[in-house]
Each structure stands twice: as structure tokens, then as C-alpha cells.
Design a binder for this molecule. Structure first.
Ligand code: GTP
Ligand code: MG
Ligand code: ZN
Length: 297
């Protein structure tokens, strides 16, 4: 006879051991059953699972991963309502190509995006400039300062009741922001400390239930991020700024890159679409074309 299982959600996974909660908030330590490992089904933080509790001090088992509503590879999380892309106005220097890659990955996974521009205290002008660049990107950019709490109320309101994952460069202030938003004490780190240890302050994804019925996910930052490889002609679909001009170009389909009489490029020239956002799109397009061409090598 099959053992009775309980429904649960994965909060954390470290070295093959998972922490999960059931509906009553009881915590379990679990490992994935062999059949999941054989099927290469690796549980992700955010996964809904069926579990068998351990007896006494023994760990229990994850027997099944329920179908995912959505998932990301980097960071490796599942069943997310919103990806909060965190970028610092300074320290570290904002990497907007990485912001665009994160946005692309979230959009391809069908997840909503919220842009949070942190450390506005260090360079208010740069923060305002980043917010302006993303005005048409369906990312509702907010400028804030996790250190003083400025701008946090507006962000908290928008995320209330939703499962949101913070993602972005290492040191941008993701953990600091979560602490300030929800009165928590996650470990945060200075840059000097990072150099000393040669790694991120946050090393694992972690899902935390918060007031208002939502859940927040802290994730380790990265310094490098690649997107999955797909047909480059689909790249433009993840730039909401281009949508109003779709179908109006001379060539069909159009990459909105170097083609003559391109409606998107004309919109850029007239200042209706941000030129730097379009410039980074061209850069990612070149990269995707190369990787698509070389995909069988
Ligand atoms: N001046 C200023 N510093 C901040 C602000 N927010 C965070 N910091 C500092 O930035 C540093 C990095 O913050 P963390 O929260 O550890 O950054 P993180 O994004 O979680 O980094 P990883 O876990 O490595 O991915 C810490 O020294 C924070 O005190 C801010 O709004 N202004
Ligand atoms: Mg962190
Ligand atoms: Zn075009």
C-alpha cells in the first residue's frame, strides 16, 4: 500500500536536503526520492510537492513535484508571480544588459516584472535615468533606498499577497531590501567582505512567507548571466516598447535592427522608444543570432 502523502511547498534546498512547509506551517527536512532523481526532476524553491514526513529525527521524502505554473533556470525557482529585478544606481555599477537579460528570461517564462532601482542615495541622477529608460518596458520602475527605507512602502504595496523573487547583480541590495521590507535579518554583505570571501553573500535561494499572504524569495546574485538559446526572430516579442509598431515595418518579419524603413527604429529616432534600451536589444540580438547559428556545434 502506498504511504499517505502531505502537500507542501519547498522553501530551501541545500546539498540535496530540502526544507518544506505544509499547509499548517509545519516544517520538514526532505530528500528527493530516487525516481525523481532518475527522471532528472530536480525540485526548485517554490515547488509544490507531495511529501512523506520523516519519523523522529529522520528526514522525509519528496515523492512528487506538482506541475509548475512557471519556472526560471537562473535563478532556479518555480511558481513565481513577480520577478523583482534589483539594480543598484551605483556600487556595483549598474549592468543594464543583465537587467534586460533577466527581463527577457522572466517574460519568456510568462512572469510579470517589477524593476527596483536601489541605492538611489548614492546617485539619484543615475537612478532617475534608469527609471526613464524603462518607462515603456512594462516594468513599473521604482527608485528606492533600502538603507533609509525611502520608496519601500510603494513597493511593498505592489507586491502584497504575491509570490515575488528578487533577482539581480551580486551586491545590488536584494537581501537588504527584503530585510527592510519585511523586518527580517537575512545576511547582507559589503563589497570588501565579498572580495575577502570571493563569493556571494546569499548563497542559496530561500522562500519566506510574509505578512499579507505573499511570499518573498531571496536569491544569490550573479556576475554573469546567459539566456537560453532560441530563434532570434522571437527576441523582439520580449520588448513591450516595440509592440505598438509591430507589422508597420517595410520588411516582414523585421528584426528592428538594421533594416531600412523600420518603424521601431523610426520610433527610436523620434524619441518614442529609449535609444539605449534599443541599443542593448541590438547587442542581445547579435549574440542570439550567433548562438542560434552555432547551436549544433
Ligand atoms: N548606500 C546604500 N547601500 C546599500 C543600500 N542597500 C544595500 N546597501 C549595501 O549594499 C551591500 C550589499 O547588500 P546585500 O543586500 O548583501 O546585496 P545582495 O544583492 O543581497 O548581494 P548577494 O547576496 O551577494 O547577491 C551591503 O553592504 C548593504 O548595506 C542602499 O539603499 N544604499
Ligand atoms: Mg543577498
Ligand atoms: Zn522593424
Amino acid at each position: 500500500m502506498a504511504e499517505p502523502t502531505l502537500p507542501g511547498v519547498i522553501l530551501q534546498g541545500v546539498g540535496g536536503f530540502y526544507t518544506a512547509w505544509d499547509d499548517e506551517g509545519r516544517e520538514y527536512t526532505l530528500r528527493a526520492q530516487g525516481k525523481l532523481r532518475r527522471e532528472r526532476m530536480k525540485p526548485k524553491v517554490g515547488d509544490r510537492v507531495e511529501l512523506i514526513p520523516g519519523v523522529g529525527e529522520e528526514h522525509g521524502w519528496i515523492c512528487r513535484i506538482l506541475p509548475r505554473r512557471n519556472e526560471l533556470t537562473r535563478p532556479p525557482v518555480a511558481n513565481i508571480d513577480v520577478v523583482v529585478i534589483v539594480v543598484a544606481a551605483a556600487t556595483p555599477d549598474p549592468d543594464l544588459v543583465m537587467v534586460d537579460r533577466l527581463m527577457l528570461n522572466a517574460r519568456r517564462a510568462g512572469i510579470a516584472v517589477q524593476l527596483a532601482i536601489n541605492k538611489s542615495d548614492l546617485n539619484p541622477g543615475r537612478a532617475a535615468d534608469i527609471a526613464r529608460q524603462y518607462r515603456g518596458a512594462e516594468a513599473s520602475p521604482v527608485s528606492l533606498c533600502a538603507a533609509t527605507g525611502e520608496g519601500l512602502d510603494a513597493l511593498r504595496q505592489r507586491l502584497r499577497g504575491r509570490v515575488h523573487a528578487l533577482a539581480g547583480q551580486s551586491g545590488a541590495g536584494k537581501s537588504t531590501m527584503i530585510n527592510a521590507l519585511y523586518g527580517l535579518t537575512l545576511e547582507t554583505g559589503g563589497l570588501s567582505r565579498k572580495i575577502e570571501r570571493g563569493r556571494n553573500t546569499t548563497r542559496h535561494c530561500q522562500l519566506i512567507p510574509v505578512e499579507g499572504g505573499g511570499m518573498v524569495l531571496d536569491t544569490p546574485g550573479f556576475s554573469l548571466l546567459e539566456s537560453e538559446v532560441f530563434d532570434p526572430v522571437a527576441l523582439k516579442d520580449s520588448w513591450p516598447e516595440f509592440a505598438p509598431y509591430e507589422g508597420q515595418c517595410y520588411f516582414q518579419p523585421c528584426y528592428h535592427d538594421t533594416e531600412p524603413r523600420c518603424a521601431v527604429r523610426e520610433a527610436v529616432a523620434q524619441g518614442h522608444i529609449d535609444a539605449q534600451r534599443h541599443g542593448r536589444y541590438s547587442q542581445l540580438l547579435d549574440e542570439m543570432k550567433t548562438r542560434w547559428r552555432d547551436r549544433y556545434d
